[in-house]
Design a protein around this ligand. Structure first.
Ligand SMILES: C[S@@+](CC[C@H](N)C(=O)[O-])C[C@H]1O[C@@H](n2cnc3c(N)ncnc32)[C@H](O)[C@@H]1O
Length: 274
């Protein structure tokens, strides 16, 4: 999402109105993995500092909330190029640890390559794994973050439950994600390209909050970034809409965007002390 949103889109549009995002080459999870894998592979051997694949204003706010300091153990889920993990590692070392997990092997290879070049190997750890089944023990981290990832996962509740499980009591989940601001038409929700661009899988703010509470988080706060997020998100939606042939669907999409379309928000929640 954000300034790199278009990089995250597949080379060829697969706007398929007759089937859901799980059609075609396999499950939507496989499609996401493959497409992001290609993006991260294309960045190997490039700049030692990458641009983020998510909204920069929300990223800055997340770091402010996190307030990373010496000794903290932080997990970033869907860590992509590893840029956020490396920024956190610069603050939590030498006694703390910044850990990134991503299901794309290309993301892990890129992040490790950058950690080495920035001499941050000792305070970082990058592991390949799925957000729905985290390879960490209960109560391990002081904070668990994610940036534009939950919207890409179909089983959001399971992902949030996992975040809370590995978080220490009193620790924070801090995440920013795409949010739907109006009822999303089926044609948007079921388009693979829009799904991979963090749009089709977005749910509304109340639904994110409900799932966070269900996972065991309290004092849930929201910071709205829709003003910045909407411009980019809705441009992608409309770009896809003009490729559609059926007038009715086009009108449905335009109405969705007119009513708000997709925005962006930062969510913060705290795990109960035992
Ligand atoms: C939009 S990118 C964001 C990357 C990074 N957080 C950033 O802001 O630059 C989404 C990332 O989530 C990863 N991802 C998506 N679904 C995942 C899952 N179920 N488990 C682990 N990683 C996942 C993708 O491979 C990709 O690297």
């Amino acid at each position: 999402m954000g300034e790199e949103l278009n990089d995250c889109e597949p080379e060829s549009s697969q706007s398929c109105s007759s089937c859901g995002p799980s059609c075609g080459s396999g499950s939507i999870e496989e499609v996401v993995k493959e497409r992001y894998g290609r993006l991260w592979e294309s960045q190997r051997g490039g700049s030692v500092r990458s641009k983020k694949a998510s909204l920069s204003s929300a990223h800055d706010a997340l770091l402010k909330e996190l307030n990373p300091r010496t000794g903290m153990k932080v997990l970033d889920i869907g860590s992509g190029s590893g840029e956020t993990v490396l920024r956190i590692a610069e603050k939590v070392g030498p006694t703390g640890k910044a850990v990134g997990i991503d299901f794309s092997p290309q993301a892990i290879a890129l992040a490790k390559e950058k950690a080495k070049r920035r001499k941050l190997e000792k305070v970082t750890e990058f592991r390949q794994g799925n957000a729905k089944e985290l390879p960490f023990s209960d109560n391990t981290f002081d904070a668990v973050i994610s940036e534009c990832v939950v919207c890409l996962i179909s089983d959001k509740q399971r992902t949030l439950n996992e975040k809370v499980r590995v978080l220490k009591p009193g620790g924070h989940v801090i995440m920013h994600d795409a949010v739907s601001l109006a009822p999303m038409p089926k044609i948007v929700r079921e388009d693979q390209r829009l799904y991979c661009a963090c749009i089709g899988g977005a749910v509304n703010r109340d639904e994110y909050v409900r799932m966070m509470k269900e996972a065991g988080l309290k004092d849930v706060k929201i910071v709205d970034f829709s003003k910045e997020g909407r411009k980019m998100m809705n441009t992608s939606i409309l770009a896809q809409a003009i490729e559609l042939r059926r007038e009715e669907e086009f009108a449905e999409i335009v109405n969705f965007v007119r009513n708000g379309g997709v925005g962006y928000a930062l969510f913060i929640g705290t795990k109960e002390q035992v």
